[in-house]
Design a protein around this ligand. Sequence first.
Ligand code: ADP
Ligand code: MG
Length: 732
Amino acid sequence: RSRSRSKSSAQKSDKEAAGEQKVASTRGAPRVQAPEDLPVLAYRENIIDMLVENRIIVVVGETGSGKTTQIPQYLLDSERFQCLFENKRGLRVAITQPRRVAAVAMARRVSDERGTRLGDVVGYCIRFEDKSGASTRLRYMTDGCLLRECLGDPNLANYDVVILDEAHERSLHTDVLFALMKRAVKSRNGQLRMLVTSATLDTGAFSEYFDCPVLEVPGRSFTVDLHYHPVSKTQRVEAAVNVALNLHVREGPGHILVFLTGMEECEQAVNLANTKLQNMVESGKEVSDCLIVPLYGMMQSDDQRNVFEEVPEGCRKLVFSTNIAETSLTVAGVGFVVDCGYCKQKFFNPTTGMESLQVTEVSQVQAKQRAGRAGRTQHGKCFRLYSEETFHRSLLKITVPEILRSNLASVSLQMKAMGIEDVVNFDFMEPPDRVRLVKSLRLLFLIGALDADGKLTSLGERISQLPLEPQYGRVLLSAVDLGCVSEALTLVSMLSSEGIWFRPSRQNADQWEEAQATQERFVHRLGDHLTLIRVYNMWEEEGCSPEWCKANFLHFRALRQARDIRGQLYEQLEKVSEASVRKAVQKRERDDRDRRRDRDRGSSIGAEEALLQSLCSGFYMQSARACGAAGGWLIVGENVLVKCESSSAMDGSSAEWVLYTDLVGSTVANCMMRTVSAMDHKWLQPLLPKLGEVDMKRLVGLAKVSKQAPEAEVKKGAEEVAKDRAEKVGGA
Ligand code: ADP
Ligand code: MG
């Protein structure tokens, strides 16, 4: 087949193949042009050829080369590719992204390029938000969402092609999908194709695991000058703002991209930069226009648009971003990068069994990716807020894959729900530590999702259907029984949105104190969980007002997001719960209205107690008892002494029993409880004995391990955990 022929056939079939002939002109937004010189364009036919001949392929190309936005469209527009598939419903492609912001932004971009309405031919699906329908052909989704779809349909019969994008990120869900997809591709017998894309070259592990060919798309980028400008860790936000504003004042064209660690830092930097810029203007300095915007994972879909919108000639964009802009999202026209050298990563602490988000040094690979963002369209500059020596001596060469450092309870539960019995010996590309897998099974047993033999219980099945960490799913289901489902929905939604508290910088002493005093008024004496519920209820009472948030030093976006999540969760809970959630919630809302008339704020005492009690059902293994002498609390069954973070409502409390849902800190010595409530021992008492009932060997199914499983290793994993536990319980 000659090259030109296949090209023209692809072009001719463009619209027919996608079935959108009329759509483009009548219903959609105006088309935007994809950049014409994207590196993947030259490989269009190669990619199709390879995917016709192979069930699985890997495509490597650097960030910005067009993998995410273009490749799915090439497939959709190629008639000869679509001929492969027996079904005549039209090609359906799922494209996964490790981050929700990326899934939304990419769907929006591709939809714009095709001139269609978002949610029509091109749509997206992220947790708590599905914007796609029966006519959707390209479905951008988070890897977590696709994993969830595997629950109901392990062969993914809804799709003809699955693109696992951003594979170099090695997110937990993508790693699990590797294995599930490998099975699905095999069983679909050629009717499911898979494409794995990566921005980095070390694809040996992928091609070996999948036994598939790799296509390399060479990039073209400009050189980036590196400047090292070490600052202390605590001053990174202020330093980053200063460096960025300096660049703005001194340098020629090119947007500025600043990497910080999280939403709070980004918002703080935006405020600080605005203030400083305004001061410059007021003191008579000539400063050209500058649009200052944040970019982070938990942003609402609408707020993200600013970041990508074009600015007028002569105006510079200054973007404060988390590591999301490292590879998933491309802000066009960046000429300068400021890299603080840190990012937030999930870490699982095997001693406490808890996962926490920690500010960690980036890896060398990440630092290089960050710098590379400055050289896409021009000769760029990158300012690293650490020394060259730190780069070489301290930063890890590559990022540790998430599966090797995160909590596996949710993944293990989903695998069990898919009928994968032997989680410990599952065919992972890079198997996590057995001890941690065994621990995840233990947790699932403790919340009643698995029975003593590691079999999924009916409760476990219902928990697995909720898009939440299993412990929170357990809380919601027990809240239904205890009559506090409305409160529990509020709580879980508040905890699922990122940080409602606005904390001004300490340098601004007046504002800082005012914020402290204002926020103190929300504090519930029984702890952070009821405090969160109280804030939410008051906000709703105030008509969900943004002004009220501002006056009370609360992040409006976070609250609005909690409200959206609450609505979604409510529906999902109604589906899986046996009792009627709707009736319960409606009754509660009626009661609330009545009470409000009596000017009584917050929830009734009964509901508050019930809420704390339902928290116990999911988190009793995270309760702790006051240890008078040391002035802290000892976690049950562990020999670990913890205190409260100063931001917690329980800081300085003398409660005998507390329970935390959130722990921060990296070592046993510096662990702190973040979200904490006081507990009544009588709620915990019936649950605690289960901690002593765990029989690890039964739980991992050691009684009937299959022949090919390396039995000794499983045994070793189980024994280590059992020993570990025995020591701790003995010690405590
Ligand atoms: P890759 O997946 O290889 O990193 P993408 O497909 O995401 O590349 O992006 C290809 C190009 O499309 C980018 O270099 C950028 O120029 C352009 N682009 C992508 N998203 C947007 C957007 N939201 N707005 C404007 N341009 C965009
Ligand atoms: Mg991409």
